[in-house]
Design a protein. Structure first.
Length: 300
């Protein structure tokens, strides 16, 4: 088990998730705009194709984050979230370490459980049952964490689903002991992993979960549970960042105050990082408005 040392509470931070669904020159322009607006994070998803429409252009997630490293200067970049269906854990760790070097130590490595059937189909793997998916997730994150910290001594692991022998990372990563791990899962397994190995827990809402207030209350209970689990293992709860991706049924663009209202609703639940989806090139004014709102929120 490894977790960060005690530190003061993190600040209020904001990010944008930009889909890799356009030619690279267009993506470059989007990323530059997000950075210029003063957001803290720039994220890309990691699927074999667009989740809704397979005809939409789509670039590989890890390649996109590597391009982000070279096309941005100060904004933190990363996956939200890397997909265990598509990558072996040791290979993901090595790719992440390379991107961390390319970016000068700006990587945030989000890791999810892998849930889409089309990803299994494209990877040529059988779909995992819920218990297998949870067990794989625990092993997967442990291997990624171990390989990312293997510059001091080789890392070996023998699990039910994954194994690696004498993995070694060289050169040492720019961030020590490794790039921050974002655990992107609302499951019991995900929350346990966030406490044990994560630097950030990322959550979201799903359609049909009730009103915004009901979703906020569920988030508050889960954050309280994370605090309790941290205390049980002697970890300062403030060292575990809490992140929310604002996608349907939460709608930050519902009206002029939509983004601000969601932030102010979820701040008391323990969330301190908020990520919006890029709304489209024809609606970029919405992101610009959000950046203005963020300035006011930080000042307040």
């Amino acid at each position: 088990m490894s977790h960060p040392p005690s530190s003061p509470p993190v600040e209020l931070r904001f990010g944008v998730l930009v889909l890799p669904d356009a030619p690279f020159p267009t993506l470059f322009e989007r990323w530059t705009h997000v950075e210029e607006l003063g957001f803290d994070f720039l994220f890309a998803p990691d699927h074999a194709r667009h989740t809704g429409d397979p005809s939409v252009p789509w670039f590989d997630g890890l390649t996109v984050v590597a391009a982000m490293a070279l096309r941005t200067n100060t904004i933190r970049i990363g996956t939200l979230v890397a997909n265990p269906i598509l990558h072996l854990p040791s290979a993901l760790a090595k790719a992440a370490a390379a991107v961390d070097h390319l970016s000068g130590g700006r990587l945030e490595l989000g890791i999810g459980m892998g849930v889409e059937e089309f990803d299994h189909q494209e990877a040529g793997s059988e779909s995992w049952s819920a218990p297998e998916r949870a067990a794989r997730y625990s092993e997967y994150v442990e291997v990624v964490d171990g390989v990312l910290q293997s510059s001091a001594r080789p890392f070996s692991f023998e699990g039910r689903y994954y194994r690696t022998t004498n993995a070694a990372l060289a050169p040492s990563p720019p961030q020590r002991p490794r790039a921050p791990l974002i655990i992107g899962s609302r499951s019991v397994t995900g929350r346990a992993l966030a406490v044990q190995r994560g630097d950030c827990w990322n959550t979201y809402a799903l359609t049909g979960e009730g009103s915004v207030q009901e979703i906020a209350e569920k988030t508050r209970r889960r954050n309280n549970e994370l605090d309790e689990r941290c205390a049980e293992i002697g970890r300062d709860p403030h060292t575990l960042r809490r992140s929310l991706v604002i996608w349907p049924p939460l709608d930050p663009w519902a009206d002029a105050d939509g983004f601000k209202r969601i932030v102010e609703t979820f701040l008391p639940t323990g969330i301190n990082e908020f990520v919006v989806m890029w709304p489209g090139d024809d609606r970029r004014a919405l992101v610009e408005h959000a950046a203005e709102v963020i300035t006011g929120l930080r000042a307040g």
